[in-house]
Design a protein around this ligand. Structure first.
Ligand code: NI
Length: 271
């Protein structure tokens, strides 16, 4: 058990306290709906990047004892006293509310509403930190495979690299048009149900049409809940820091129930 009580979940959906300074163009909105993803070179002021990065690094280092309850090894099992192959923090805004009053978040909230309409609200954030010279990729998946199978969703994720994102350090790759698929079969990474991360069952899909989205620091990719995506391993000499913002237009009970047996296997392994 963690000695410290985790802080309460912040009101992610609250209106941004500062106005947006950047918006998407109509052509970008159109591209997103046609292909299920979008890459944008800049969503935050350049001078904000080092400030956000300093908060981010603090959460993964000095603040580890505070964030422990929400700190996971995305691509492997969690082991006491061992650094994660790919560390992720769920809801970093809980531990660093200053992340939520940035121009970054104000701009992304406005952009998410351009893409999915005024009902779209930020519902959470997430941080994935890949160490330098690290072999672990984040394998192909659809975000909806992680979510509650009893519900249907309309939502998107916004992935913001805090240093340039390149093929070498693990930028985002997407399969254009894959947002029109159903949720395809997934399994826990490496088929080990103790691993929290998921991957498309090997051989279940041909990823030959995937595109890489290299970005400058402070750019972003946007993708829908079923768009297939992946990031390769980080072969650079620096951390590959990504801050992720999740937005939802609606989530509601599904008319036709379904099961995600990969989640059931993970739940059984945790018990
Ligand atoms: Ni994802």
């Amino acid at each position: 058990m963690n000695a410290t009580t985790p802080p309460p979940v912040p009101d992610y959906g609250a209106p941004a306290p500062i106005p947006a300074t950047q918006l998407l163009t109509p052509a970008q909105v159109e591209f997103f709906h046609a292909h299920g993803y979008l890459a944008v070179d800049r969503v935050m002021p350049l001078d904000e990047i080092p400030r956000v990065r300093a908060v981010y690094d603090r959460l993964f280092n000095e603040d580890r004892s505070r964030t422990e309850g929400d700190l996971y090894n995305l691509t492997g099992t969690k082991e006491q006293g061992r650094r994660e192959a790919v560390a992720q923090i769920l809801q970093p805004g809980k531990y660093a509310p200053e992340l939520l009053v940035t121009q970054l978040v104000a701009n992304v909230k406005a952009m998410m509403q351009q893409l999915l309409g005024p009902e779209c609200r930020m519902v959470g954030d997430h941080a994935i930190n890949k160490p330098p010279r690290n072999a672990a990729a984040t394998p192909w998946h659809q975000d909806e495979a992680y979510w509650n199978p009893a519900k249907e969703y309309s939502g998107l994720s916004v992935w913001v690299p805090l240093q340039p994102a390149t093929k070498l350090n693990g930028c985002m790759y997407f399969v254009p048009g894959s947002h029109r698929l159903e949720v395809i079969p997934h399994q826990p990474i490496g088929n080990d149900p103790k691993v929290p991360g998921l991957e498309v069952v090997p051989g279940a899909f041909d990823f030959g049409s995937a595109v890489a989205c290299e970005l400058p620091a402070g750019g972003a990719t946007f993708h829908l809940e079923r768009t297939l995506h992946y990031t390769p391993s980080n072969q650079s000499d620096d951390y590959r820091r990504a801050y992720i913002i999740v937005g939802t237009r609606y989530e509601r009970p599904r008319a036709v129930p379904r099961r995600f047996e990969w989640q059931e296997r993970q739940a059984a392994a945790r018990r």
